[in-house]
Design a protein around this ligand. Structure first.
Ligand code: SF4
Ligand code: SF4
Length: 503
């Protein structure tokens, strides 16, 4: 490992959207290639995995490796420990790091939990292209239905009311306990507007105390300097604030005059409080042309570290403005623009996108960095310079039902917050059970069978947005019509259109 990437690695371990992490991700990919890609190694790995009364066995064995006082409860633990020790010592060699450096990385609970999650996924599902983790790496939790805005594209159909069956504070904490046991690494509180629930800070703190990587998605309107400080104190590491244009575009889409000014203040307050802050834009025809100006404004005036462009998904209230979606060619130009900014050393802002085609763009640039769509950042991208092809198939573009899932205010689990299909409820089932048994997730994980995307050479690294396939065609395994390689599906949709784009 070079000095540069070693430094990056250290810095990134405490960093925000780094769920799939820089040199760590590269290391994991090498592990997969070198010594987990065969049945014998996998059966050894199985010895070290599975659950114990105290949590995932692998986590306990890693702590034992680090010298913690951990008791073994049988021969399997003892054998498993030998496997882990051999694997780490050998792994340190393959990664080009010393055992001390490896130990230092493993001391970070988030890194440890992430590694356990991936390796358990390999033990459970085998080495895959792209990989499915043993439990969701990330749960995006629509913490409440209530919102003080009326956004035209809201995927939660939020309004001014709480739902009667939202999880109580105690149930929310139990859900976090369940996620901890399952090996979930990151929790993103979203909504509705999560800050409208009085117990938000208490529940976020609870998750942070359990070493989750805690993030928040907010409309920003309630974030005064005092609230920003409280968010930081609650252990939140990363915050995304909606920013859909300048005043005219933003307020029109968000349905409430004055929302833009407050969102800008919210972003500035989060930056001032020392939060890793991202401006989040849903790209539609309403704002496409002003994206370059918005990027400049966010970088220079608001001071956020990142800007992420959300793919528009015609779901729930968003269906009403489906004709505001951008064309495949417009998306292509947008993604190229974002990638050029991401690789531009003079641009301080990290310009990201949730469009899975962003991973294809990274590969097409050839020598550029890998991107993990929802889960990357600039430091990660720089550390992964030239690795787009090697890592793309492992990271895999769309993470729905494979690395991540959504949770509704009442505990219903969705494959993605943009796919309103209930695949279980955590009041009735364990998250791991849902993750393993859901027939819908099985469909999402069989990429070769996707219409359109299935025969594309980027099917593993991208896979198309499953929510857009579902939103447009009612199918989880249909085409994502937003890609230039699926242009014919987009053109068919245009012919069917009966209404004009609202101006
Ligand atoms: S056709 Fe599908 S898999 Fe291929 S790049 Fe486009 S969206 Fe991705
Ligand atoms: S379906 Fe996949 S690409 Fe689409 S929004 Fe969900 S996670 Fe992102």
């Amino acid at each position: 490992m070079s000095e540069e990437s070693e430094g990056m690695d250290k810095e990134d371990r405490g960093d925000a959207g780094n769920y799939i992490n820089t040199a760590d991700a590269e290391a994991v990919a090498r592990v997969v290639k070198n010594w987990l890609g065969n049945p014998i190694s996998r059966s050894f790995l199985r010895l070290a995995t599975g659950d114990t009364m105290e949590g995932p066995r692998l986590e306990l064995l890693l702590r034992k490796y680090l010298g913690d006082n951990v008791n073994f409860h049988g021969i399997r633990d003892a054998l498993g420990f030998r496997v882990v020790k051999f694997a780490i010592d050998k792994g340190a060699d393959s990664f080009g790091v010393t055992k001390e450096q490896m130990g230092e990385a493993l001391r970070e609970p988030i890194f440890r939990r992430a590694l356990v999650n991936i390796l358990e996924g390999i033990a459970k599902f085998g080495v895959q292209r792209p990989q499915t983790t043993v439990a969701p790496f990330l749960v995006v939790w629509n913490f409440t239905h209530i919102c003080n805005l009326r956004c035209k594209h809201c995927y939660e159909n939020s309004d001014g009311t709480f739902l009667p069956d939202e999880l109580t504070t105690e149930e929310a904490k139990k859900a976090i306990d369940m996620f901890e046991k399952a090996g979930v690494v990151a929790i993103a509180f979203s909504g509705g507007e999560p800050l409208l629930r009085k117990d938000f800070f208490e529940v976020a703190r609870y998750a942070a105390d359990k070493n989750f990587y805690v993030t928040v998605a907010s409309n920003g309107t309630l974030i005064t300097p005092e609230v920003a400080r409280k968010i930081k104190e609650a252990g939140v590491q990363y915050i995304e604030i909606s920013f859909d244009g300048f005043e005219k575009e933003h307020d029109r889409l968000r349905g409430v005059p004055g929302a833009w000014k407050k969102a800008c203040e919210g972003i500035k307050n989060c930056v001032a409080a020392g939060l890793d802050t991202c401006a989040a834009t849903t790209v539609t025809r309403y704002n496409l042309k002003i994206i370059p100006k918005m990027v400049e404004f966010v970088e220079k005036e608001l001071g956020a570290n990142r800007m992420i462009m959300f793919n528009f998904v015609p779901t729930r209230r968003g269906k009403e403005i489906a004709n505001a979606d951008i064309s495949p060619d417009e998306r292509e130009e947008l993604l190229k623009f974002l990638y050029s900014k991401l690789t531009d050393k003079t641009c301080r802002l990290q310009t990201l996108s949730t469009a899975p085609q962003y991973a294809r763009i990274a590969q097409e640039f050839g020598t550029g960095p890998a991107v993990a769509t929802h889960f990357t950042n600039k430091a990660a991208a720089e550390a992964l310079q030239g690795k787009a092809a090697a890592l793309g198939d492992f990271i895999g573009g769309c993470g729905a039902g494979r690395l991540y899932c959504g949770m509704e205010p009442n505990g219903d689990i969705f494959p993605c917050v943009f796919i309103p299909i209930k695949i279980g409820n955590i009041r009735e089932q364990n998250i791991k059970q849902i993750w393993e048994k859901s027939p819908e997730l099985r469909i999402i994980r069989e990429r070769e069978k996707f219409e359109g995307c299935g025969t594309c050479k980027y099917v593993y690294s991208c896979g198309g947005c499953r929510a857009r396939s579902y939103g447009y065609f009612g199918k989880l395994d249909g085409p994502d019509p937003g890609c230039i390689n699926n242009r014919k599906y987009w053109e068919e949709l245009q012919k069917e259109k009966t209404h004009k784009v609202q101006e």
